[in-house]
Ligand binder design. Sequence first.
Ligand code: S3P
Length: 428
Amino acid sequence: MKLQQAEKPLEGEITVPGDKSISHRAVMFGSLADGNTEITHFLPGADCLSTIDCFRKMGIRIDTAPDSPDHVIVHGKGLHGLNAPDSTLDCGNSGTTMRLISGILAGQDFPTELTGDASICRRPMKRIMDPLHRMGACIESENNNGCAPLMIVGHNLHGIHYDTPVASAQVKSCILLAGLYADSPTVVTEPALSRDHTERMLKNFGADLETSGTTVTIRPDPHLEAAKIAVPGDISSAACFIAGAAVVPDSHVTLRHVGTNSTRDGILRVLQDMGGSVTYRNLKASGGEPYADLEIRQLPLHGTVIGGDLIPTLIDELPLIAVMACAAEGETVIRDAAELRVKESDRIDLMVEGLSAMGADITGTEDGMIIHGGKPLHSAMIDTRHDHRAAMAFAIAALIADGGAEITDADCVRISYPGFFDDLASLL
Ligand code: S3P
């Protein structure tokens, strides 16, 4: 697909689609609750549709209407209401689906096979297999390589105290969900706080859970009760236009109802550190999740250093932050972000290759990137390797590249943001 260079400032308002992480969890926890959970502003992206498909296969009725795909009703059957699926569960491209469902399946009294696309079958699953084994579950990698396909045979689980080696909300959530089915409390301690949507939403459904710093404790066998969930806009999707408005001269963009949970808002802090401007308006909260309208005005950017505990709060936004760094004066260093290498693709290699081809001065390191900004970008042909976040980041880079750019498999944006190109076009 040919991507356009911006010929004028980005201007206008966008309501970005619902948060992907929250949409997944609303379907999962709604399935395990008693009663009907109504979800509004659900993200009908391919990843969340994989989650719906998996729970339908386990006997949960989930109503969606073709004319309002962001409105979903989950007819929950309680903590012990899932049925054995009669075929393999297909998680598609979705790490969240696979890792969170594994925690739930570890507590069921039936065996299940989980698989997904080529990308997910390369991603590390040992990080969930180890703690689930320690809880007493039987979970095997069918090819003995620590990756999917996985076979999970549910068991009587024991509560454990697990120190996760990496700050990962998917790993933390997997263990907490298995903890719902354990015989004693389960405790997870992370090296840094990862996104906490599971904790906030499970509490909303009635789970017995408490957080202290980077430690979460969950007590088993709660009665989960259906809830109404209004999903805030996805800050990871809004990030495309935050970055776009930050780099295209004279831009002024407003993003409505964007989730601003402090475990997700790192890009806004980095934007300000780089000299950019964001104004928060209409701050509200729903279901324990804060959201606001964000007004971004372009200002000259300068380089910065991004690392440590900030990384989990912006892990999915780093491809876009790399683009912002290309437009900034001076050096930007991104470190402590080795997790980027095990996302839907190796996002360090992919961004370094693509942005270098566009003329940027960018070097990959083991755990990040070093970018010397201010070099003019130009047109290039870029292979997205089917990575949705990279595809959107290159579309934003194209806005400031002489002659735009061209990317393969632009359609992969449907994973998290099916309407991305239409929304982008509306600002141009
Ligand atoms: C997610 C957590 C993050 C993030 C992913 C969604 C979630 O992964 O990259 O896109 O919904 O829990 P990790 O928790 O593995 O870092």
